[in-house]
Design a protein around this ligand. Structure first.
Ligand SMILES: NC(=O)c1ccc[n+]([C@@H]2O[C@H](COP(=O)([O-])OP(=O)(O)OC[C@H]3O[C@@H](n4cnc5c(N)ncnc54)[C@H](OP(=O)(O)O)[C@@H]3O)[C@@H](O)[C@H]2O)c1
Length: 248
């Protein structure tokens, strides 16, 4: 895949899947604006990858979406691909559900991708660009104890389908990638203690037919394929990449 001369915005670029996909785009010749809250983590992603520019920002803060897109287009004059990857998970059984907990998840997992996509639209129209939304296997299967995380990803998958049709006349393709359990900082970022994280990882690996959790790099490869301008006729789809978990 060759992204030479193309410009990409990747959210959540300071760790996990976002770091891997930022580096892979840069290796393929793209200029990448990597977004996240921790400047040091973004700088680490950009180390040895001159095509990546770190852009620290909190996607839950008002005005961030437009400011991020302006930063990319101001710097490079075009935007070809938006990867809505930043996301958070949270254990929240129904009996412990709070308005603040729901808002926290939806602000990052649903509202931020919506506002970023909206701000990116005029630029994507100019180049017939692409949007890739990062969902989850649990965007289309139940997740007891974290239902609102699953629901936020289900919303993102449905936005993907609606936007694909809405933007098709502009030549903009919109697809989603739904990873299964993948090595990243996600479980730690959800505030779970190390022992619980280790147990969850073991349980997940045991449930996955291919017998292991995913690597961020193998997720990143498919995000590039969905965004690739050579992938000309694919839109509105959610690709599940989870070692067979969704079939069980
Ligand atoms: N790993 C999995 O098992 C798995 C499975 C299915 C789906 N996913 C999805 O894959 C995506 C990437 O997650 P990951 O697994 O790579 O986890 P991760 O390592 O926790 O990455 C999430 C990234 O989002 C950034 N982020 C969080 N809140 C933010 C905010 N308010 N503003 C800007 N950036 C923010 C974080 O950076 P800062 O903290 O520096 O802001 C972090 O780099 C997420 O959408 C996740 O739901 C992951």
């Amino acid at each position: 895949m060759d992204f030479t001369g193309r410009t990409v915005v990747v959210t959540g670029a300071g760790s996990g899947i976002g770091r891997a996909v930022s580096r892979l785009f840069a290796d393929a010749g793209a200029r990448v604006l990597g977004v996240g809250r921790r400047a040091a983590a973004l700088e680490e992603t950009a180390a040895d990858h001159p095509g990546i520019a770190a852009h620290p920002a909190d996607l839950r803060a008002p005005g961030t979406a437009r400011e991020v897109i302006d930063a990319a287009t101001g710097r490079w004059g075009r935007l070809d691909v938006l990867v809505n990857n930043a996301g958070a998970t949270r254990m929240m059984p129904l009996g412990e559900t709070t308005a603040e907990g729901i808002a926290d998840l939806f602000d990052l997992n649903v509202t931020a991708p919506s506002l970023l996509s909206s701000a990116a639209l005029p630029h994507l129209r100019q180049v017939e660009g692409a949007i890739v939304n990062v969902s989850s296997t649990y965007g289309h299967r139940p997740l007891p104890g974290a239902a609102h995380y699953a629901a936020s990803k289900a919303a993102l998958e449905h936005l993907t389908r609606s936007w694909a049709v809405e933007l098709a006349a502009d030549g903009i393709r919109v697809n989603a990638l739904a990873p299964g359990p993948t090595e990243s900082e996600a479980l730690t970022a959800a505030g779970l203690p190390d022992a619980v994280v280790d147990q969850i990882k073991q349980d997940e690996a045991a449930r996955i037919p291919l017998g292991r959790r995913g690597d961020p790099e193998e997720i990143a490869t498919w995000i590039l394929r969905l965004a690739d301008p050579q992938t000309t006729w694919l839109t509105g789809q959610t690709l599940t990449l989870d070692g067979g978990l969704e079939l069980t």
